[in-house]
Design a protein around this ligand. Structure first.
Ligand SMILES: [Zn+2]
Length: 296
């Protein structure tokens, strides 16, 4: 092979390698080295741009100042004890009957009314929000996007030159694309789910919530999805419930052996009942409910 040809052959991988090295960093939450081309500024602008669309598509914020204040308070306290307290965190309880929770880059976290109605305690809600905060602090979306860019071969142009608009980035990620009345969200890998579960436990226990709340959430959702698919959207974006329940139980046994100590870890079942569940019963039906929409 001629030297010039060899040079051409190697030009692309070499550039990718350079970009990869430049994009390699240590994740603040997991301590692992990661390949992530998405800067914190970019994360913030992506989240800020996409967040209003998601609020709208999920029926808007639940029309209750007390629920909003409650969810926002728990969320912000979880974010404050995380490794990335300085992001532009926002916590939305959206008026959708769909059972789901998800996070956008930069710290925009969503939990649906459908999911909140399935929960029984503040510790469970803290488990859901803590898990989503974990996806953000572990920069899972940035890593997924980076991977998508490498696969599509757009890595060099997008990752290094950075000329892609936020809208284009969202397309790369698949965020905000409506599929059959529901929203398509990227699904994470098994390791990423496990990582977020562990981070969720870390943040919720730092606030004194009983880690068992996290296991209960997984069980509730598994059960809900068995009864006709109501929970499918959550399980589609948060797969592997059985593996995760097992893993969560192991971690709790290992790292929080005193989880049954009521002085140390709290559940707050009553507070959740009257602040959230009783209040939701007083409100009109969810503004967003795919089951009520005519098929097209
Ligand atoms: Zn997740």
């Amino acid at each position: 092979m001629r030297f010039e040809t060899l040079l051409k052959c190697w030009a692309l991988p070499a550039a990718l390698l350079l970009a990869a090295v430049a994009g390699c960093s240590t994740n603040p939450a997991t301590g692992e080295s990661q390949l992530n081309w998405i800067s914190t500024e970019r994360e913030k602008s992506l989240g800020a741009e996409a967040s209003p669309q998601f609020v709208k598509q999920y029926g808007g914020d639940i029309p209750s100042a007390s629920i909003h204040a409650y969810v926002s308070d728990i969320g912000h306290r979880l974010a404050a004890v995380s490794e990335r307290p300085d992001l532009e965190w926002e916590f939305h309880a959206v008026d959708s009957a769909v059972i789901n929770a998800f996070a956008l880059p930069g710290g925009k976290v969503f939990v649906t009314r459908g999911l909140m109605e399935e929960l029984k305690s503040e510790a469970q809600l803290a488990g859901v929000l803590g898990h989503e905060v974990g996806h953000v602090t572990a920069q899972h979306i940035g890593q997924q996007m980076t991977r998508a860019m490498i696969i599509t071969g757009a890595g060099i142009a997008i990752g290094v030159a950075g000329e892609q608009s936020d809208e284009d980035w969202m397309k790369v990620l698949g965020v905000g694309t409506s599929v059959g009345g529901g929203l398509y969200m990227l699904s994470y890998g098994r390791n990423q789910e496990t990582q977020s579960d562990e981070l969720g436990l870390r943040y919720m226990t730092r606030l004194g919530y009983n880690p068992i709340g996290q296991v209960q959430v997984m069980k509730v959702l598994k059960r809900a999805s068995g009864g006709g698919g109501a929970g499918m959207e959550f399980l589609a974006t948060h797969p592997y419930p059985d593996t995760r329940i097992k893993h969560l139980n192991e971690i709790i046994k290992d790292q929080y052996p005193d989880y049954k100590d009521p002085q140390k870890y709290r559940i707050y079942r009553d507070r959740y009942q009257h602040t959230v569940l009783d209040e939701l019963k007083r409100l009109p039906k969810a503004a967003h409910d795919p089951a009520n929409q005519p098929a097209d």
